[in-house]
Design a protein around this ligand. Structure first.
Ligand SMILES: [Zn+2]
Length: 261
């Protein structure tokens, strides 16, 4: 079912909403939202913009809701949890800034680690690898590239992401990384989502073991604690512009069950 353009125009796009209303109806517009801003017009795919937390340095963690809030299928797509893996952000921004989407209630988080992205660094401002900080099989580790933090879920970015995913409760989650080149099938087995992503994103199915074994990853936490399925997607080191702006956005929508209007 397509979202009527009236809803897209009068929705709560670009209002900064408290997290409490995050899963509220997209058309429950606060006062003033009927005025369509030039910015909202420039992004007809965006139904809602939500600040769901802050980074350690106080930068906003932003999610955009695209597509049809009433659709049967839902998905969250995350990029840049490691701040030096920024190419996948192009895919998410392409979807956000493109034509409206239908058939899918799609949320995107283009920047899951704004402090890391600002410094072009893997870890957050405290030096924690956010993809080792989730409270599932969390393990203490030495400070360094994959420091898991002083304790499980010690970081504001981790806690905010957990709260966000619990509230949205998506059927499908895609978490983008680089540069290992493949769809991670470890922990997801032969699940249909991994197969569809491999086919439509034109990537091989592989099993990534996080180097010394996975501990406290978003994937481990989500796939154990919530009902949907999360698949980690690793792009290569230098995906082409055409791949990031055409092949991948189109393939991602197809794999998740949505399409552009
Ligand atoms: Zn990564």
């Amino acid at each position: 079912m397509s979202v009527p353009s009236r809803v897209l125009r009068l929705g709560v796009a670009f209002a900064t909403l408290p997290a409490a209303v995050l899963v509220g109806p997209a058309v429950a517009a606060p006062s003033g939202a009927a005025e369509t801003s030039a910015r909202a017009d420039a992004r007809p795919a965006v139904v809602e913009r939500v600040v769901f937390g802050q980074s350690r340095r106080g930068r906003d963690l932003v999610a955009y809701r695209l597509g049809d809030p009433g659709a049967r299928r839902s998905a969250v797509v995350i990029a840049a949890m490691h701040g030096d893996e920024r190419k996948p952000q192009v895919i998410l921004r392409t979807l956000r800034d493109g034509r409206p989407i239908e058939g899918l209630d799609l949320w995107i988080v283009p920047n899951a680690n704004p402090d890391g992205v600002a410094r072009k660094a893997r870890r957050n401002a405290r030096g924690v690898d956010l993809n080792r900080n989730f409270p599932r099989k969390w393990k203490r580790s030495k400070r360094g590239t994959t420091w898991s933090g002083p304790r499980a879920a010690s970081e504001p970015e981790t806690k905010a992401m957990m709260r966000f995913l619990r509230r949205v409760a998506p059927d499908q989650v895609v978490s983008f990384h680089q540069p290992l080149y493949g769809i991670d099938t470890s922990g997801t087995g032969n699940r249909p989502l991994a197969r569809r992503l491999a086919r439509h994103l034109k990537l091989p199915k592989r099993s990534f073991s996080c180097g010394s074994g996975c501990h406290g990853t978003l994937s481990q936490w989500f796939n154990h604690r919530l009902d949907g399925q999360l698949v980690t997607v690793e792009l290569g080191r230098r995906p082409s512009r055409a791949y990031l702006t055409r092949t991948a956005p189109h393939g991602l929508l197809k794999a998740l069950g949505g399409r552009r209007v």
